[in-house]
Design a protein around this ligand. Structure first.
Ligand code: SF4
Ligand code: SF4
Length: 205
């Protein structure tokens, strides 16, 4: 894409691949991209497992297919050895840093790899114990829908017209409803909390 688009492609070409697929069939294309001076940002979504096909181990997890501890592949070091100009590791739960790093890498000349590292929420080995479900404080929510825009399954929208009169709480002139979080689906990642500008997303009781 970067070769075909030339100047028009500068700062615009992005590829996204999972960690399992990268180690299965993404290393050779990355080497070729670096060697042929392709200008793109490749995001490796490193969720510490092969989630797509059933949580199989791969060389980046540090376990063999039989679950025996093994020497974990250093993906950032691999990307550097393949000739990538800039290699960064980010935590995708940190929205501001994620945006900043992607903007910086898109503006940079040359090839970039961004390793977005967070364990799959369904994969128990790496789950931090501290994350708790969040809830929307209807007394603060102004109905801006920033959180809904994330498109995450636990977040939904309730129109005031669909609520019993006693439950309607308006905090802004143009507000048509409130968002709410399904606590059974929420993993407590805090991403919606980071995009809510009025602090309406708080810890569930
Ligand atoms: S919870 Fe926050 S981001 Fe979501 S609609 Fe309400 S005010 Fe907007
Ligand atoms: S905390 Fe994370 S999982 Fe829970 S609703 Fe917000 S974005 Fe979704």
């Amino acid at each position: 894409m970067s070769k075909a688009l030339k100047e028009r492609g500068k700062g615009k070409v992005v590829g996204v691949i999972g960690d399992g697929t990268f180690l299965h069939s993404g290393i050779t294309p990355l080497l070729n991209m670096a060697y042929n001076q392709g200008e793109a940002v490749i995001v490796i979504c490193d969720n510490r497992t092969t989630a797509m096909t059933g949580m199989q181990e791969h060389p980046g997890t540090g376990y063999t297919l039989k679950g025996v501890k093994a020497k974990e592949l250093d993906i950032p070091a691999l990307a550097k050895v393949l000739g990538i100009d800039s290699v960064r590791v980010i935590d995708p739960y940190d929205i501001k840093n994620t945006r900043d790093v992607l903007r910086e890498e898109l503006a940079r000349q040359g090839s970039s790899v961004v390793i977005s590292r967070r364990s799959c929420v369904l994969f128990k080995r790496h789950q931090p114990e501290t994350l708790k479900p969040l809830r929307v404080d209807v007394n603060k929510c102004i109905g801006c829908r920033n959180c809904i825009g994330l498109g995450y399954p636990p977040l939904a929208w309730r129109k005031f017209t669909d609520m019993p009169a006693g439950e309607v709480i308006k905090n802004a002139k143009k507000q048509e409803g409130n968002s709410f979080i399904d606590a059974d689906l929420c993993t407590g990642c805090t991403i919606c909390q980071q995009v809510c500008k009025v602090g309406a997303i708080v810890e569930a009781e």
